[in-house]
Design a protein around this ligand. Sequence first.
Ligand code: PCA
Length: 324
Amino acid sequence: MRSSNLSAVLALTTMVLGLPAQAEKWDMPLAYAATNYHSENATRFATAVTEATGGKLEIVTHPGGSLFKGGDIFRAVRTGQAPIGERLISALGNEDAIFEVDALPFLATSFDQAWNLYQASKPAMEAVLDEKNLKLLYAVPWPPQGLYNKNPVDSAADMKGVKFRAYNQATSRLAELLGAVPTKIEAAELSQAFATGVADSMISSGSTGYDRKIWEHVKFWYDVQAWLPKNMVVVNKEAWAGLDAPTQGVVLGAAAMAEQAGWAKARELADWYKEQLAANGMTVDGPSDTLKADFMSIGETMTNEWLERAGDTGKGVVDDYRNM
Ligand code: PCA
């Protein structure tokens, strides 16, 4: 090697190895309102990491789809445009069918069941995430999903032709099976969609209805308790590998805390959200027996369709869950 080349290499090596531990800043895109408990939980996680590392790793959250829209967050983290971010798991059905398991109607309908389904599906989910250059940090559920509609609904027949806001492939399919007309819309664009008549109905939690003041547009909510979808926080594997072991330890600790705190908060708020919908003039009711039966049969169709797509892995997860 010529000496000028050698000194260049040496200079570079000293630069890389001899760098003082540099403070790093991670921007963390979130899709939902800043005041939503998922976002507040993520912000507490971010602050905990920042403080416990003495600012060596600073995580800054960007709620409401302000940095990346909900539909772009997963790709952004996978490709390293963002080192970390939060996404609704069941919206990733195009990536892999396993991500849709928590949006199958009536498979898991309470927080306890949702937790078991999470544990049963976690290894399969982590394996898929790993292939996609991602690491799972934590996941937190939404409260049980119910039916919002402009007019009273007594059975699936009342949903014929209704403009229905979907948040993933499963809710689009459910709308089709109800005879409604689905349009995919992110939570951040909901108020606009209902105000302009693009949508008159949706399935979601009391949480999202509350965040978007849905009572300004829609007067009925039926507590179907169809499923509890989850958000997950994922980190890009290269960004992860760039952290030293103590910093990784802090992130994992804060993530474990955020997961427990997030589940506790969701449980605590589920009834409160329903009370808020009612307090703001909405009719909050259980589904009629007919509507419930209609939903059950649609749920069965959807579960069968999913089992076909999700193959042995999917079947294994559902079996494990049912044996818990
Ligand atoms: N709220 C989110 C997903 C599930 C939920 O309860 C939404 O409506 O977009």
